[in-house]
Design a protein around this ligand. Structure first.
Ligand SMILES: NC(=O)C1=CN([C@@H]2O[C@H](COP(=O)(O)OP(=O)(O)OC[C@H]3O[C@@H](n4cnc5c(N)ncnc54)[C@H](O)[C@@H]3O)[C@@H](O)[C@H]2O)[C@H](O)CC1
Ligand code: K
Length: 490
């Protein structure tokens, strides 16, 4: 797992470590790591033009010391001071190494630089960048120089990834001690470029992470063994589709088949059932009307998926209500989520469940569930995913530019796979069927949701093609690539 810690935890760990070390040791480690990455990025250090953007805090201090190290190797280093005062020791080190400090209006230096280091704000930054920081951030982001952010791209909230106004667009971010959530969650993540972690020795002082991102060997879907049969591998029940949206049913049922379920039971109205039967003859289908015994009519399952393409109205509410009253894990998606948004009774049913529920909203659906603005969700995804997990009593998979999975008292999972090409109709239906199969296979809710998001994002990448040569993909293409995604796991 890749671990990320919020600012208060980073500061506490730094304090604990600093108390055992001579003054200035951590800053020296950070600066050395930053300078080493910059030196690697330059064709040659000697003679390179390096510009430092220096704010008034320790982030500026790290940057000045790194600049001094590059100046000692022959780089021509100038620092533009944005703070009213800058780190004294760092400024003295830069001068002693032959570097110069200039006022912030010397912005022409940025346009001719080979490399710019952004040391305006780090984990101490808060709110939108003020002037002259904002102007320097804009100018550096637009300049041809390689732009390296020290610890955090200035203007990005390190704990959340929120960006309130201007923020640096870095090519590389060199971060210290541990990842910060804001470096792996959008919109902040999109400002980081490549993130390099420099070890400054914080390890033993860091508590449990706030946010984690899986590496390939962290994803372990259930594997069939010698004694597996279709029932032991997990039966998933999919209730999806309607006369208006039958396609969602075909995609969700297909993803449940491809996701490794031992058997898929599919139930809906006659039209959706007919389409699913034609496309997925391996499913066991049943035409149902909402009623008190609807689940018994469909048969026993180990997990339910309800919602894709159900449409609005009472039918959707009744079917979601029936599934929420069951005693097996449930995944609610799409129109199922909208039914929960409309109905206080369904909300109560959700909170009363004592078996896991996974909700898979995109930002618009979550906005309706939480009764907040969609823009607020997009701007502060981490906060809203966590809040939804608490308020709705469920494992919440928030889809979008960075997919998050939140569950009460657990580190939030950030999905590292995926591609912008995934933003197309029907891919959410594929995700819900896939996660449903993993739930039916016995994975815990958080693991199933995170593994499903991982495999889904990977399938989309495999379908869209090699990096730099991608092509548009359909939900059907993602569905077809699911087996390839499984094959890439160790
Ligand atoms: N503590 C250590 O030993 C280590 C710290 N490292 C580096 O230190 C920074 C954190 O430094 P800190 O002084 O706490 O804060 P910053 O430099 O990030 O920012 C404070 C600075 O910025 C001004 N400011 C805040 N918000 C804004 C804004 N919106 N617009 C303009 N200016 C703003 C504020 O007034 C202060 O002047 C950490 O990121 C590391 O880089 C190293 O990790 C080594 C160990
Ligand atoms: K910075």
């Amino acid at each position: 797992m890749r671990y990320a810690h919020e600012v208060d935890k980073v500061r506490a760990a730094e304090q604990a470590l600093m108390a055992r070390l001579p003054d200035g040791t951590l800053m020296a480690r950070a600066a050395a790591g930053l300078a080493a990455v910059c030196a690697r990025l330059l064709p040659r250090v000697y003679g390179a033009r390096v510009v430092l953007l220096v704010g008034g805090g320790a982030n500026g201090g790290d940057t000045l010391y790194a600049g001094a190290l590059l100046a000692r190797r022959g780089a021509r280093v100038v620092a533009l001071r944005a703070g009213t005062s800058v780190h004294e020791g760092g400024a003295a080190a830069l001068r002693a190494a032959g570097g110069r400090l200039l006022p912030p209006d010397a912005t022409g230096e940025i346009d001719t630089a080979d490399l710019v280091i952004d040391g305006l704000t780090g984990i101490g930054g808060s709110g939108g960048l003020r002037e002259p920081h904002a102007t320097l951030a804009r100018r550096a982001s637009a300049a041809p120089a390689t732009l390296v952010a020290c610890d955090v791209p200035s203007g990005v909230d390190a704990s959340t990834g929120a960006v309130a106004g201007t923020a640096v667009h870095a090519d590389v971010t060199v971060t210290f001690g541990t990842h910060k959530p804001g470096l792996i969650i959008d919109p902040g993540a999109a400002h980081c470029g490549v993130v390099e972690l420099v070890d400054i020795g914080l390890g033993a002082d860091l508590p449990d992470p706030d946010v984690v991102a899986a590496r390939p060997d962290d994803v372990r879907p259930p594997e069939p063994g010698p004694e597996s049969d279709k029932y032991r591998r997990g039966v998933v029940g999919v209730i999806a589709g309607s006369g208006t949206f039958p396609g969602a049913a075909v995609l969700a049922a297909g993803a449940a088949v491809r996701g490794g379920a031992g058997m898929v039971r599919f139930a809906s109205d006659a039209h959706a059932v007919e389409l699913v039967r034609q496309r997925w003859p391996e499913t066991v289908t049943r035409v149902v009307e909402p009623g008190p015994d609807v689940l018994a009519e469909i048969g026993r399952v180990q997990a339910w998926v309800v919602g894709p393409g159900l449409g609005g109205g009472e039918r959707a509410e009744a079917l979601v209500g029936a599934v929420l009253a069951s005693d097996v894990p449930v995944l609610v998606d799409a129109d199922g989520l909208n039914a929960v948004s409309r109905s206080d009774a369904l909300r109560r049913a959700l909170l009363c469940r004592d078996v896991p529920t996974v909700l898979t909203p995109h930002a618009g659906e979550l906005a309706r569930l939480l009764r907040v603005d969609r823009d607020a969700i997009e701007a502060r995804r981490l906060e809203h995913a966590r809040r939804a997990a608490v308020e709705l009593g469920a494992t919440v998979l928030l889809k979008g530019s960075t997919t998050l999975v939140a569950e009460l008292d657990r580190p939030v999972r950030v999905n590292p796979t995926g591609t912008a090409w995934l933003a197309t109709a029907g891919t959410g239906d594929v995700l819900s069927g896939l996660v449903g199969a993993l739930l039916a296979g016995g994975m815990a809710a958080l693991e199933a949701a995170a593994a499903g998001a991982y495999l889904h994002g990977l399938a989309a990448r495999l379908a869209s093609g090699r990096e730099g040569r991608e092509a548009p993909i359909s939900a059907e293409d993602v569905l077809r690539a699911i087996p390839d995604a499984f094959r890439t796991l160790d």
